[in-house]
Write a protein that binds this ligand. Sequence first.
Ligand SMILES: Nc1ncnc2c1ncn2[C@@H]1O[C@H](COP(=O)(O)OP(=O)(O)OP(=O)(O)O)[C@@H](O)[C@H]1O
Length: 239
Amino acid sequence: MAILSLRDVSKRFGALTVAEAVSFDLAPGEALGIIGPNGAGKSTLFNLITGNLRPDKGSVSLDGRDITAETPMQRCASGIGRSFQIPQPFGHLSVYENLLVAARFGGGISAAEAPDYCMDLLRRTGLAALADRQAGGLPLLNRKRLELARAMATRPRVILLDEIAGGLTDAECGELVATIRDIHAEGTAILWIEHVLHALTAVVTRLMVLNFGRVLMIGVPDQVMAAPEVREIYLGIEA
Ligand SMILES: Nc1ncnc2c1ncn2[C@@H]1O[C@H](COP(=O)(O)OP(=O)(O)OP(=O)(O)O)[C@@H](O)[C@H]1O
């Protein structure tokens, strides 16, 4: 059974259709990439999955259970974690405190277990030396690492990554990809929106293309990227 399923999910903002009958399944432990032009509705799709937005039509299920009416907090507690396109740490708290908040309130981890859990996550995401630093002053790579660590601190079984590689140098991107591969290897299912294709295809085994809120294609990355309609809308190359 799929861990996450969307069925005919539709959403409009006034006259603008941002999701049009979107259906797909994410298998347990699978890594699925999402690509598409700016404004295609990718981040909106994440908001529909996390409950920050409610669909006009359609359903979202986790482990076969319909969660369409649940709040973001309930979905987080059920195992959906998320990193935001623009990192949103508590800027005045330390890196460690940011994780603690996510672990205690998002992951439901006890006060006794949380410190070890958070320190382990800081090590895995390359942030251990920065535990006491104020989160608001971190440079981009470390803000991205913290965004990933905060999402992981909620103990997700499905993690949604929104353009986490954007704006990084190749070396920085490689570091982040290695961490995401580790997370995936431990069995966490991944849904990843990304414009940096080489980062995405280093992890995902399937790609979904969104255009004007519709699923244009889902398949193996090489086949998807070679498809004339994808090259035309995504890469601007005429078929
Ligand atoms: N709350 C909102 N109210 C009205 N329009 C919105 C709202 N949120 C997003 N939109 C619009 O919906 C469309 C899809 O936006 P979305 O952020 O989902 O696109 P995206 O594919 O993630 O784009 P990008 O790659 O640039 O991040 C855009 O035209 C955006 O301006």
